[in-house]
Design a protein around this ligand. Structure first.
Ligand code: ACM
Length: 569
């Protein structure tokens, strides 16, 4: 734990006022009883503990005797700044549906810094805290204080404020996730959290190529990422089964190459406006899009659309199966590099984030120097767009280019080529197939998914260390962690959510939390409190037997979600 200006030690969660703070108990069965009590009853402890937050904060100091309760008079005050105002509006929009409270937002911090809920961008206004300040909060950190008179979030950036708001949301009872008003006591536990991430890159990948998913589904995935402080969404936009992004200079890629998917479905593609909508929604939630155009293999859909790119110049039939490694664009034809330049140029122009992912995996028919030659040209084309190249770790033998990032998806922990690429300057995103691939089944008897990389239960998703996972790759070369979700067997948003939850928060914690907080026994307890949140919000999840879920809460005034919609499948 760091000593970021908070001198008292973190209380031992096993002893901290255990008589008063009962983790999850009120969520467990009796929100109705809670709601029936008088709002503002100071003797009633909040149902959430400060140390229940996922991912675990870097440092926290509970003040067990203290509670802050939202009321009809509670207002949100925020530093006058457009980005900070956007975070404050986001907070109000999160809290209004369930609480039914007006929660007016005012850019009035400079005038009256003592409002009950304040979001302060340090640097524009002195932080309203006397210890710690915010000097070390960095690009994504925040400080959150809950006292009897208010809740304050301080950060150096709007991203830090946004993460403070995600924590604040978790400190309220699970009923806050209700889309309709609920009578409850909106209490937050007292104390201070000082928090910032371990790794700058924390992500998930959605394969929209094997099965196509509507924009609305992608936005919902962004919501899940933001909730757990994940800051990158990698979209696997192209594969053998479908091409999902409009490219003006090669229009048949989307219109012809997009008209298929695994099985008999119609496929589909994102227009440029669809893509811009995803970018904007993600950006408002501090999530950066990482588009992937998988090259030179995984390209059957492109060859269906443009047979001139095929080695034999003959259009293959659309592919709707699930094999890999058979297709490739012709590395010996200059027209292929026109295609790569045009496609990467248009995708780069649509994408505000710094990354452009060029795949590179499983190009089994493009071998040796032909493969590295292709990759080196593609890497230079990416550099010419002004973006930083990312690729699966098969890119490793190619020459280094500035900033190059490899994404490890192996199921062992040693790869001399990857270690050598790191020595030559590459950084690593760690996505081990046997820990982080969320398309792997939880257990033999769970539906959906695969098992080629093993079964991944919640503990397996949680119990590894991205900082030391790959042999001869130092923690300093690890940019972060990502959980890929391939969709050969995934056909609906409910399927996506079932595979993401509850494993996504495990991966999020590996990316965010200091290693000193790593503790499976505590993690599963903290995670348990999220089941009622997901149920209340209508989010599907796997009721993993490893997690001590509380009984499904009864939310007054809300019809219980249909069992087929949520929870166990
Ligand atoms: C991969 O799983 N082929 C990156």
């Amino acid at each position: 734990m760091s000593t970021l200006g908070i001198s008292s030690p973190t209380p031992d969660p096993t002893t901290a006022d255990a008589a008063v703070l009962h983790p999850h108990e009120p969520e467990a069965g009796d929100l109705a009883a809670l709601a029936a009590r008088t709002a503002g009853d100071d003797l009633l402890a909040p149902p959430v503990r400060l140390d229940d937050v996922v991912p675990a904060p870097e440092l926290l100091e509970a003040d067990p005797g203290t509670t802050f309760v939202l009321t009809g008079d509670t207002a949100i005050r925020v530093t006058t700044h457009p980005g900070a105002r956007e975070v404050a509006d986001h907070l109000a929009e999160l809290l209004r549906p369930a609480t039914g409270l007006p929660l007016p937002v005012a850019d009035a911090l400079a005038v009256d810094p003592a409002g009950p809920m304040t979001l302060t961008l340090a640097g524009t206004t002195p932080p309203p805290v006397t210890t710690g300040g915010s000097a070390d909060l960095g690009a994504e950190g925040y400080r959150l204080d809950v006292s009897g008179s208010g809740v304050r979030v301080v950060a150096e950036t709007t991203t830090g404020l946004f993460y403070g708001v995600q924590t604040l949301r978790q400190l309220l009872p699970a009923a806050v996730e209700s889309p309709t008003p609920v009578a409850a006591r909106w209490a937050l536990p007292g104390g201070t959290i000082l928090d910032r991430p371990r790794f700058p890159y924390r992500g998930a990948m959605l394969d929209v190529a094997r099965h196509f998913f509507a924009v609305e589904d992608v936005l919902r995935v962004v919501d899940h990422l933001a909730r757990y402080k994940l800051n990158h969404l990698h979209l696997h936009l192209t594969d053998d089964q479908g091409w999902r992004i409009a490219v003006d200079s090669w229009p048949r890629l989307a219109t012809v190459g997009g008209a298929s998917e695994v099985g008999d479905g119609p496929g589909g593609h994102y227009t440029k406006d669809d893509y811009r909508r995803i970018v904007a929604y993600a950006s408002a939630r501090h999530v950066t899009l990482v588009p992937e155009i998988d090259l030179p293999g995984h390209t059957n859909a492109a060859l269906v659309a443009y047979p001139e790119l095929a080695p034999d110049k003959v259009a293959p039939p659309p592919y709707t199966g699930t094999e890999v490694g058979f297709s490739y664009v012709d590395p010996a034809d200059e027209r292929t590099y026109d295609f790569v330049t045009d496609v990467l140029g248009e995708v780069a122009a649509l994408t505000p984030g710094p990354w452009l992912h060029i795949g590179g995996d499983e190009a089994y028919k493009v071998k040796g120097e032909v493969y590295t030659g292709f990759v080196e040209r593609a890497q230079r084309i990416v550099a010419d767009t002004g973006k930083t190249v990312v690729g699966w770790h098969q890119l490793a033998p190619a020459a280094h280019v500035d900033g190059r990032v490899l994404q490890w998806w192996g199921t062992d922990t040693a790869d001399p080529a990857t270690a050598d690429a790191v020595r030559r300057g590459a950084r690593l995103i760690v996505s081990p197939g046997n820990h982080a691939y969320l398309d792997m089944k939880y257990a033999e008897d769970t539906p959906i998914g695969h098992d080629w990389a093993g079964l991944i239960d919640v503990r397996r998703a949680y119990d590894w260390d991205p900082g030391t996972h790959v042999t001869d790759v130092p923690t300093t070369a690890v940019l972060g962690v990502e959980a890929p979700l391939w969709t050969e067997s995934v056909t609906s948003l409910a399927d996506i959510e079932f595979l993401l939850l509850p494993r996504l928060p495990a991966i999020a914690e590996l990316g965010w939390s200091p290693r000193t907080t790593h503790d499976w026994a505590r993690f599963r307890e903290r995670l348990a409190g999220h089941g009622p949140r997901w149920s209340t919000a209508g989010i599907t999840f796997h009721r993993s037997p490893e997690v001590p879920w509380p009984a499904t809460p009864t939310i007054p005034g809300q019809r219980p979600a249909a069992k087929s919609d949520t929870a166990e499948r």
